[in-house]
Design a protein around this ligand. Structure first.
Ligand code: HEC
Ligand code: HEC
Length: 278
């Protein structure tokens, strides 16, 4: 009986440590973590996000297609990769699914004022001052009309991050080479293959939502992803960083079960032997 009591006390102490002290220490050491704001409260919501997709396509062709392609609708960028690297130090992304990846109000405001929307004063895309708010509504309507539905985490990550980041273990190489990126952003964006091991899910969600909250002054732009896109990207990054984790966790439960079972048998056996001796 004495052993059982000691065991019980030990279990209680371990549980207090696990649920009480560890999270407390964690919160003290990491300080206050800002919550992601997926509604982009600071972004004006008065620019229309609906309109006529046909007009939107015309506006896209004259105002955007000189730099951006849109494969879903057969639009090739008017500029080859080398020219865009020379001009911007970053390859403008293909916008096939951007209408589903970004928050629509963010997107509308971004077209009007990319530097303010992204919180990056050096953001390479010029403001589209020639477009009226109504025109922007048509363009956003067009972008939403051509996008594929139910994008995977990988597709979103490649379209939203792939102009700057590589994911080498997944054989994804950034559209832009390292040297121009370094010139543009001050440093080479890290490879994302195992970032899910270095950073936890909450950190990644908060960082992607607004890099300035975590790394003030960083040159990574705020991208305006919806909550759903952010979650898919983070789940993807977490999963590729450690593809065998689920398997390992399941195995762990079996091992613990096995050990408990063996401990029970050993205990019963010991009792039986001692009973005969007394
Ligand atoms: C003169 C070239 C140029 C034109 C014209 C242009 N863009 Fe861009 N755009 C860029 C570059 C360069 C980037 C990438 C900059 C970076 O990542 O730092 C970009 C990025 C973007 C992004 C990604 C934003 C994000 O949050 O990830 C969107 C969306 C976009 N442009 C939409 C448009 C639309 C819509 C138009 C037309 C109304 C347009 N662009 C016109 C150069 C251009
Ligand atoms: C315009 C280029 C650009 C784009 C697009 C971009 N990033 Fe970054 N990213 C950077 C740069 C530059 C850094 C380095 C930031 C620093 O250390 O200041 C960075 C850093 C990071 C980090 C490391 C953060 C840390 O604490 O060290 C993560 C994670 C990350 N990016 C994820 C993403 C994801 C996910 C996307 C797409 C949804 C994305 N990035 C899109 C440029 C970019």
């Amino acid at each position: 009986m004495k052993e059982l009591k000691i065991l019980l006390i030990l279990i209680v102490l371990v549980l207090i440590g696990y649920w009480g002290i560890e999270p407390y220490a964690h919160s003290v050491m990491h300080g206050e973590v800002k919550q992601p704001d997926h509604t982009y409260k600071d972004v004006p919501k008065n620019i229309p996000t609906t309109g006529d997709p046909v007009k939107g396509k015309e506006l896209f062709t004259t105002n955007c297609a000189s730099c951006h392609g849109l494969k879903n609708d057969g639009v090739n960028p008017g500029m080859d990769i080398q020219t865009s690297i020379t001009s911007f130090k970053v390859v403008p992304p293909d916008l096939s699914n951007i209408g589903a990846i970004l928050d629509e109000h963010f997107l509308a405001y971004f077209i009007k004022n990319p530097q303010d929307a992204t919180k990056n004063p050096k953001f390479a895309m010029p403001p589209m001052a020639q477009l009226s708010d109504e025109d922007i509504g048509h363009v956003v309507a067009y972008l939403k009309s051509v996008t594929k539905k139910d994008l995977t985490g990988k597709e979103i990550t490649v379209e939203a991050c792939g102009r700057c980041h590589s994911i080498k273990y997944q054989k994804v190489l950034s559209d832009t080479p390292k040297e121009p990126l370094k010139e543009y952003l001050g440093k080479v964006p890290p490879d994302l293959s195992v970032i899910g091991k270095a950073k936890n899910v909450e950190y990644l969600e908060t960082f992607i939502n607004n890099p300035q909250n975590t790394l003030p002054g960083t040159s990574m732009p705020r991208l305006g992803l919806t909550k759903e896109s952010t979650e898919k990207v983070v789940t993807y990054l977490d999963q590729i960083a450690d593809p065998h984790r689920d398997q390992r966790n399941t195995l762990g439960i079996w091992v613990i079960g096995y050990l408990l079972f063996m401990a029970g048998i050993t205990f019963a056996w010991k009792k039986k032997i001692w009973k005969n001796i007394h």
